[in-house]
Design a binder for this molecule. Structure first.
Ligand SMILES: [Zn+2]
Ligand SMILES: [Zn+2]
Ligand SMILES: [Zn+2]
Length: 274
């Protein structure tokens, strides 16, 4: 399985679009891995997780041909993960696509209803986009990737999801942002699943949260529990992502903090192979 992180920032990006804090100033100055766009990920070049407002930039920067994308899995309806204005451009005359080429979008009830409203006002989109509500804990197939939505601990106004992705080689990833420490029903479900790759929320940086997002102390707790229940072992790769300037630590400082605990720190363009 190949996983490419396109964006690794929280909702405002880092530097924050309007922010003048010292951590954003420092990120602007240092550049490189300290520049974090809004979160999106590509799995095996065939499935995209989330559609942030920086997707256009990702397409240019990483030379991605979205005319070939068939499967888009959405975690939740927050604007940094689901930017619908650009999704509405997947239709004639904005996009010239192969005959019958559809984009299947999978998500929770909030994603389904937002997308349906857009399609009702823009009926041509129906010929280009399929919307699928996917219930939690029910596995479905998106092309040749098996996908299972799990409940996250995030915005209580909707059923936010994290996901299990499994490819044809049997490699399995637990994709865990945006979320605090997982709800018990999610822990219950993942018992008995082994993960080759675990990707976790680290919005709070060095601080503890666990309720809406996670910081490294929460990531460590989640890692320990995953190992304890047999979902992971020393061969499992652990990655942290979704960082905010409010977590203060820039890339190199995060690496220094996370490395002794066995976590790789994602950055925009970071690729992992398992
Ligand atoms: Zn987010
Ligand atoms: Zn800032
Ligand atoms: Zn969110």
């Amino acid at each position: 399985m190949k996983v490419k992180y396109l964006g690794t920032g929280a909702s405002e990006g880092w530097p924050g679009i309007f922010c003048g804090c010292q951590y954003c100033k420092e990120a602007r100055k240092r550049g490189g891995k300290n520049i974090r766009t809004r979160s999106g990920t590509l799995i095996n070049d065939s499935l995209m997780v989330d559609f942030p407002p920086d997707t256009y930039y990702h397409v240019i920067n990483f030379k991605i041909d979205l005319s070939q994308l068939r499967h888009l899995v959405i975690t939740h309806s927050h604007g940094d993960h689901f930017y619908t204005k650009d999704l509405a451009l997947r239709r004639s005359v904005f996009a010239h696509l192969d005959e019958g080429s559809m984009l299947d979008i999978y998500g929770n009830k909030a994603v389904e209803s937002i997308m349906n409203e857009i399609i009702n006002n823009n009926t041509v989109l129906k010929e280009y986009i399929n919307i699928h509500y996917v219930p939690p804990f029910e596995t479905f197939e998106a092309g040749d990737i098996k996908v299972t939505p799990l409940k996250a601990q995030h915005d209580r106004n909707e059923d936010c999801y994290i996901y299990i992705f499994e490819d044809t080689d049997g490699k399995r990833m637990l994709y865990g942002n945006d979320t605090g420490i997982f709800p018990e029903e999610t822990w219950e479900y993942i018992k008995g699943h082994y993960f080759n790759l675990v990707s976790l929320d680290c919005t709070a940086g060095p601080d503890q949260d666990g309720n809406y997002h996670m910081g490294l102390p929460d990531d460590i707790k989640v890692k320990e529990r995953l190992i304890e229940i047999g979902c992971a072992d020393e061969a499992t790769k652990f990655v942290v992502t979704h960082f905010s300037h409010n977590g203060r630590l820039l890339h190199d400082e995060l690496v220094e903090l996370a490395k002794p605990h066995g976590f790789d720190v994602a950055y925009d363009g970071f690729e992992v192979f398992v």
